[in-house]
Design a protein around this ligand. Structure first.
Ligand SMILES: [Mn+2]
Length: 345
C-alpha cells in the first residue's frame, strides 16, 4: 500500500441507490512496468510501430509518477525482419507475427513476475496474443476486458482481410482451439482464456463470421448500442458482475484506441464512426482501476501516420495517455496526500 496518498473511496455498487450496498475500495499503490512493442505486421498500414515512443514522448512515465505510481520502463522490444513470410490459410505475415508475439509473451511474463502491473504499448492489436499469453503464463486464470470498435476474433480461415490484428482473440480462447490451423512460428502458443471470462465493450464493426463466433461461444458483449441504452456506468457494473460472477480473477484490459470516436482519436488504422466519447473511454479505466484487480493493460493501434493533422495525432496520443492514467489511479475529482494541511497564515 502506498504511504501518503492512500485514500478510501466509497463506491456505490448495484443498479440504484436503494438496491446498492456501499462497497469500500482502497486505492493501492501502483507499480507499473512498461514494455513497448513497435510492431506493425499484424496489419498493412505503416506508422503504428511509432506508437510506443509517441506515447512516451507525451509524458506517460512522468505523469504516472506524478500521480504516485512507481514506474519501470523496460524499453522497446526489437523485432527481426522475416525474409519469406507467405500467407497461411488467409493469415498474412504469420512468421513475423508469431515471432514478435513470442518475444512479447516472454517480456510480459518477466514484468509480471517482477511484481508490476504491465503496460504494453503497441503496435497493432495482434500484439494482444503475446501480451495476454505472457500474462496468463504467470499461472492465474485471467479476465479479459476488450475495448475496441472491432471484435478481433476472426480465425485465420474466416478473416476477410488476412490481417492478424483482426484475429488475436481466436488464438487465445480455449473453445476455438480446434478451429485454428497450424501456423509457422505459432507452436509456442496455447490458448489460455475461457470464453466466459471475456467481455467486449465498444463494438460497432463486427464481421458476420465474428458475430457468429461471439454468439456461438456466448461471449458477453456491450456494443455501442448497449453503451447507448444502458449508459457506460451500467455497462461497467454489468461487466464486473460478469467477470467476477465466479471468482475474482486478475484483469487484462486490452484497449484499442479505435474504440474511441474518430473525432477524438483519428490517428488509427481502422477508424469507425460512432465510438466512445472521451468521458466514456475514461470512465471504463476509472471503474476497472477501482476493482483493484487490474493486472495488465494493452494500449494499441495509435498510428501517427493516419491522423490527418498534427492536432488529430496529438488528440489521439493524449487520449491514450489519459486512458492509461485512468487505469492507475487518476480520478477526475482530484486527490490530495493524506498528510496535507491548509497552510496557516
Ligand atoms: Mn483491435
Amino acid at each position: 500500500m502506498r504511504t501518503g496518498v492512500t485514500r478510501v473511496l466509497l463506491v456505490m455498487k448495484g443498479s440504484g441507490a436503494l438496491h446498492g450496498a456501499f462497497k469500500i475500495f482502497r486505492r493501492n499503490h501502483h507499480s507499473v512496468g512498461i514494455i513497448g512493442a513497435p510492431f506493425s505486421k499484424g496489419q498493412s498500414r505503416d506508422g503504428v510501430q511509432l506508437g510506443p515512443d509517441l506515447i512516451r514522448a507525451a509524458g506517460l512515465v512522468e505523469k504516472l509518477k506524478g500521480q504516485g505510481c512507481t514506474v519501470k520502463d523496460y524499453g522497446n522490444l526489437t523485432f527481426e525482419e522475416v525474409a519469406k513470410d507467405e500467407t497461411t490459410g488467409r493469415a498474412k505475415r504469420p512468421r513475423a507475427v508469431g515471432q514478435a508475439n513470442k518475444q512479447l509473451s516472454e517480456a510480459v511474463r518477466k514484468i509480471k513476475n517482477e511484481g508490476h502491473a504491465c503496460v504494453m504499448l503497441g503496435g497493432d492489436h495482434s500484439l494482444a496474443i503475446g501480451s495476454i499469453h505472457g500474462h496468463a503464463a504467470c499461472g492465474t486464470q485471467l479476465s479479459v476486458v476488450w475495448v475496441d470498435a472491432h471484435a478481433d476474433i476472426n480465425t485465420p480461415l474466416t478473416t476477410p482481410t488476412g490481417n492478424i490484428h483482426g484475429q488475436p482473440m481466436s488464438y487465445l480462447i480455449h473453445e476455438l482451439r480446434s478451429k485454428i490451423p497450424v501456423m509457422p512460428n505459432f507452436s509456442w502458443l496455447k490458448p489460455c482464456i475461457a470464453a466466459e471470462d471475456v467481455v467486449y465493450i465498444g463494438l460497432r464493426d463486427v464481421d458476420p463470421e465474428e458475430h457468429y463466433i461471439l454468439k456461438y461461444l456466448g461471449i458477453k458483449t456491450f456494443s455501442m448500442t448497449e453503451v447507448d441504452y444502458l449508459g457506460i456506468a451500467k455497462v461497467m457494473e454489468q461487466t464486473c458482475d460478469h467477470i467476477f460472477s465466479k471468482v475474482k480473477k486478475p484483469i487484462h484490459l486490452s484497449y484499442d484506441i479505435d474504440a474511441l470516436d474518430p473525432s477524438l482519436a483519428p490517428a488509427t488504422g481502422t477508424p469507425v464512426v460512432g465510438g466512445l466519447t472521451y468521458r466514456e473511454g475514461i470512465y471504463i479505466t476509472e471503474h476497472i482501476c477501482q476493482t483493484g484487480l487490474l493486472s495488465a493493460v494493452d494500449m494499441v493501434e495509435v498510428n501517427p501516420k493516419r491522423g490527418g493533422t498534427d492536432n488529430g495525432v496529438r488528440s489521439t496520443v493524449d487520449a491514450a495517455v489519459d486512458l492509461l492514467l485512468g487505469c492507475f489511479g487518476r480520478v477526475r475529482e482530484g486527490s490530495h496526500s493524506a498528510d496535507y494541511k491548509i497552510p496557516d497564515p
